[in-house]
Design a protein. Structure first.
Length: 319
């Protein structure tokens, strides 16, 4: 990599990128010295942050970085035809595996990576972990809080696969409302070909669906009253969802409680070692813009006046 000032995303990114536990991250955020004074910089070239993901968290972070004048690029997978675009520079599409991502990071002089991808987008997260590890780049994982702490979570059926979710729905019978995304529908098509199924998608299905199925095309956020109306209209008997977390789509959970509709939830997949596999930062420190501001306020430190950079701490590439 070209010589440059050390990454601005210092102590927090270093700790989480190296897989430290939630207590260590929380200590960096809320206690002790959350700065990395020996790794800070002042007066040198700005860092270049790559934000992976088209989530609300990614857009929020991009806006906050842009407001601070930090050069950034947001990378979207390209799975949605009309995505909500973040501020700043945007690229759309894959990198071509770990090697492609590594090359892109080098060619664009990236100094820090934020993995703000969807909780179920494990492939991109794994690739980011491998690429950043090989280059010594700090990697921060921003994961929205899951729904396991929802007040009703104890009454839901939690499963580890879509096949298990289908089996749980079969025990209920009736019309399932499937909100797990178009890339999961192949798990159910053959088994439910003759069964009435309600499916909600942002994009059109990847292949034709059974004639007995009803497809709703819409994108959150949703209102509880609207979710209740949908469930009544289609006589929904069970809700199938996945632990995406966040507030954009949680109205269906409250609507199901109001109507007495049982819920089956597919748990989040495990992250590979080094891919931010510890408890998500936001599970411990809150969510939304306020938390992102806290991260940036802590992780964009300034060095003592006159210090220009230079660092031999593991995980950083110094000038």
């Amino acid at each position: 990599m070209k010589g440059r000032s050390v990454p601005a995303l210092s102590a927090l990114s270093y700790a989480y990128g190296r897989g430290l536990g939630a207590e260590s991250v929380e200590e960096l955020l809320h206690g002790g010295d959350a700065r990395c004074a020996t790794c800070a910089w002042e007066g040198g070239p700005m860092t270049h942050v790559l934000i992976l993901g088209g989530t609300a968290e990614a857009r929020d972070l991009a806006a906050h970085l842009e407001a601070k004048g930090v050069p950034l690029t947001s990378s979207l997978a390209g799975c949605v035809s009309r995505p909500r675009l973040p501020v700043g520079q945007v690229r759309i599409g894959g990198f071509g595996g770990v090697g492609g991502l590594r090359s892109w990071l080098q060619e664009h002089d990236v100094t820090a990576v934020v993995d703000a991808t969807h909780p179920f987008a494990t492939t991109m997260g794994d690739h980011a972990a491998q690429a950043c590890s090989s280059l010594g780049l700090p990697l921060l994982r921003l994961a929205r809080p899951g729904w396991r702490r929802h007040p009703d979570a104890g009454s839901w059926t939690w499963v580890d696969s879509h096949e298990a979710a289908r089996a749980a729905a079969d025990e209920v019978g009736g019309t399932p409302f499937v909100t797990t995304g178009r890339q999961t529908l192949h798990h159910h098509v053959d088994a439910w070909r003759e069964r009435p199924v309600l499916v909600r998608l942002v994009e059109p299905p990847e292949s034709p669906l059974p004639a007995a199925w009803t497809v709703l095309r819409s994108r959150g956020p949703f209102a509880v009253a609207d979710e209740e109306a949908i469930m009544r209209t289609h006589d929904v008997s069970v809700l199938l969802t996945k632990d995406s977390g966040g507030r954009y789509t949680e109205a269906k959970l409250d609507a199901s409680r109001h109507l007495g509709v049982p819920i089956v939830v597919v748990s989040r997949p495990a992250r590979a070692p080094g891919a931010g596999g510890g408890p998500p930062i936001q599970d411990r420190c809150g969510e939304g813009a306020g938390h992102l501001r806290a991260i940036l306020n802590r992780s964009l430190p300034r060095a003592p006046r006159g210090r220009k950079g230079g660092c031999d701490r593991p995980g950083y590439s110094a000038a």
